[in-house]
Ligand binder design. Structure first.
Ligand SMILES: NC(=O)c1ccc[n+]([C@@H]2O[C@H](COP(=O)([O-])OP(=O)(O)OC[C@H]3O[C@@H](n4cnc5c(N)ncnc54)[C@H](OP(=O)(O)O)[C@@H]3O)[C@@H](O)[C@H]2O)c1
Length: 226
């Protein structure tokens, strides 16, 4: 927060249920109690992890940010979040541009009834089922387009037609695999290296074998989004 020049944060989330996330959660509970963070939450906690945390933590996560979009609707996970009083939030609400979402025939046809784009229909569908959406764009006109979804409402029939697009799986990342867990570990190490001297000192205390593994990995695969 010192580096950001801020006295408090509005919202702080754990990225995924990996490694010592209970320790991280307890530290966040303390920062919340001290007024340093106004709301605390998690990301990518599937129903089993979320339920476990809610049953054992002092403070229930206020938000769970997971992949939620027409092609991966996760209706059961949303029901679980609501039953635990956790606000669902969507990352990748426009499939990160995959699956031809911006020209998808079902979304486009529904949009034509309301003078809206396929992107706006996808965003409105999530909002209308009680999901907070954080679409990302680097273009001003698209940002405006993405904000402009509050002057129309999808019918029950539209909602059902969009729900039928669900594939029941992610086309972006499968977080349940050993391969993903291994890659996450390496990404976490790399992030700590990037985060400054305190983080570097922390990494220096890691067993040498892990740093060697990190260095080897960095030479072959540096993900551009980290
Ligand atoms: N917690 C997590 O594990 C996690 C994982 C992934 C992402 N996230 C976060 O979730 C947020 C959004 O997700 P995302 O960026 O992955 O995917 P997204 O919002 O589903 O899609 C972003 C893509 O859609 C394009 N786009 C946006 N609005 C558009 C429009 N109206 N028409 C046409 N194209 C449009 C963007 O291109 P341009 O930028 O070129 O406009 C970009 O390529 C980000 O803040 C990200 O950091 C969180």
């Amino acid at each position: 927060m010192q580096k950001l020049g801020l006295d408090y944060l509005d919202l702080y989330l754990i990225h995924q249920p990996m490694n010592n996330y209970y320790g991280a959660w307890q530290a966040m509970e303390e920062l919340f109690a001290a007024g340093k963070i106004r709301a605390i939450g998690v990301c990518n906690f599937y129903p089993d992890r979320l339920t476990d945390l809610c049953m054992n933590a002092r403070i229930t996560p206020m938000v769970n940010q997971v992949e939620l979009l027409p092609f991966f609707a996760q209706t059961g996970a949303i029901e679980n979040m609501k039953s635990l009083n956790v606000q669902p939030e969507a990352w990748g609400p426009m499939a990160e541009g995959k699956h031809g979402i911006f020209i998808h025939p079902v979304l486009t046809e529904i949009g034509q009834k309301y003078g809206k784009t396929a992107a706006q229909v996808a965003l409105r569908w999530n909002a209308q089922r009680g999901v907070v959406i954080i679409p990302k764009s680097t273009h001003r006109e698209r940002m405006e387009e993405n904000f402009n979804i509050w002057d129309f409402a999808l019918s029950e029939e539209d909602m059902t037609a969009i729900a039928a697009l669900d594939l029941g799986r992610s086309e972006i990342i499968d977080r349940s695999t050993a391969e993903t867990a291994g890659r996450t570990r390496k990404e976490n190490l790399r992030m700590r290296l990037l985060l400054g001297s305190d983080a570097v000192n922390f990494v220096r205390k890691e067993p040498e074998s892990r740093l060697d593994e990190l260095k080897a990995w960095e030479q072959v695969s540096i993900r551009s989004d980290f």
